[in-house]
Design a protein around this ligand. Structure first.
Ligand SMILES: [Zn+2]
Length: 346
């Protein structure tokens, strides 16, 4: 099994993160990348870096623009340069005013653009954000090329993650939606694709991008957003719209959810993937469902990921794992190893 690793998998992430009104150390620390790679190596994956050609921005741009808004992509590319020219500008862009139901005029000031395009305090943009985001995309694009050539499973190690990124909005550590970009790329070979999001948090960006599409099923199993990030999405009544009606399924679970309850929810999700007649599966893969995760509230054990891997394999579909969250660094390599070995064991 190949694991495609972003060339920037182990670089320093953003410095700060706004959490309950405090600036704290950003949870996407460099060790995350190293630990995930270590887990992939322990699971005997073949580590592959994207080829230089795939890293070329112009080659990635077309794939990105298939799911992301052009003006937003231009913003991400130039945001830090414009911001840093302001007097007394911070080294990372945080929105300090945001459009809302009463503030709706578009304005091109760097401060206004930050509020327009960045939804929260978890996705600061620094000098290297665009480069790192492109690195994640290069990993998933390379991974899709192997799946299109007939490989049955590939893992893409992306940093930053992508599942909170909407068509034209960054949030929750995400800038470009790697899983959505990969899915659209896979559509050239597979006519119906399911995205299963097993990160602790609702995959709101992926849901938004495909909400009106009938060719892509989006399913997310996550913490109940009633009092949990991302708060405004992830409820059961979000079922898709127009052509996409009944092609979105949210399975919110309560704090403290253990392995038995989680696997029950997973089985329900997998049954829906089967009845959708998906030809390929993209798994937005987070490990923040682990019992000790600082940003999670579930109670999964390391061995739970082995069970999750086995169950996903039982679908028998070409599968792409795309890295999302997981912030308890000490258990990350073991959790990755368990998921991959579980998948490979059946
Ligand atoms: Zn998460």
């Amino acid at each position: 099994m190949k694991a495609i690793v972003s060339p920037y998998f182990d670089v320093r992430g953003p410095a700060k993160f706004l959490w309950r009104g405090h600036f704290i150390e950003h949870p996407d620390v460099a060790q995350r990348g190293n630990q995930i790679r270590l887990g992939l190596e322990k699971a005997e994956c073949e580590i592959v870096f994207p080829s230089q050609a795939k890293l070329h921005e112009s080659m990635l741009r077309e794939s990105i623009l298939a799911v992301q808004e052009p003006a937003y992509v231009n913003y991400l590319e130039s945001a830090w340069e414009h911001w840093s020219r302001m007097e007394n500008a911070s080294t990372e862009i945080f929105p300090n005013i945001s459009p809302n139901r009463h503030l709706t005029q578009f304005n091109e000031s760097p401060v206004a653009l930050a509020g327009w395009y960045i939804a929260d305090g978890a996705a600061p943009i620094g000098e290297y954000t665009w480069r790192n985001a492109l690195g994640s995309v290069s990993a998933v694009i390379e991974a899709t090329s192997y799946l299109k050539a007939g490989e049955l499973v590939v893992y893409a190690l992306c940093r930053p993650s992508g599942h909170h990124a909407c068509r034209d909005m960054a949030m929750g550590m995400c800038f470009l939606n790697n899983a959505a970009i990969a899915t659209q790329e896979l559509r050239t070979k597979f006519s119906r694709i399911a995205i299963l999001d097993i990160d602790m948090h609702h995959g709101n960006g992926t849901q938004q991008i495909f909400y009106q599409r009938s060719d892509v099923l989006t399913i997310s199993i996550h913490g109940n957003p009633t009092n949990f990030y991302p708060f405004y999405t992830g409820f059961e009544n979000e079922r898709g719209r127009g052509n996409g009606e009944e092609c979105n399924l949210n399975i919110p679970l309560p704090p403290g959810t253990n392995e038995a309850s989680y696997l029950q929810a997973l089985e329900k999700a997998l049954a829906v993937v089967s009845s959708f007649k998906a030809e390929a599966l993209v798994v937005a893969t987070g490990f923040d469902t682990f019992k000790s995760d600082p940003l999670g509230c579930f109670a999964l054990e390391s061995t739970s990921y082995n069970q999750i891997g086995r169950k996903i394999k039982s679908l028998g579909l070409p599968t792409l794992f795309v890295q999302e969250g997981g912030y308890f660094v000490e258990a990350l390599s073991e959790n990755v190893r368990q998921l991959v070995t579980g998948f490979k064991s059946v």
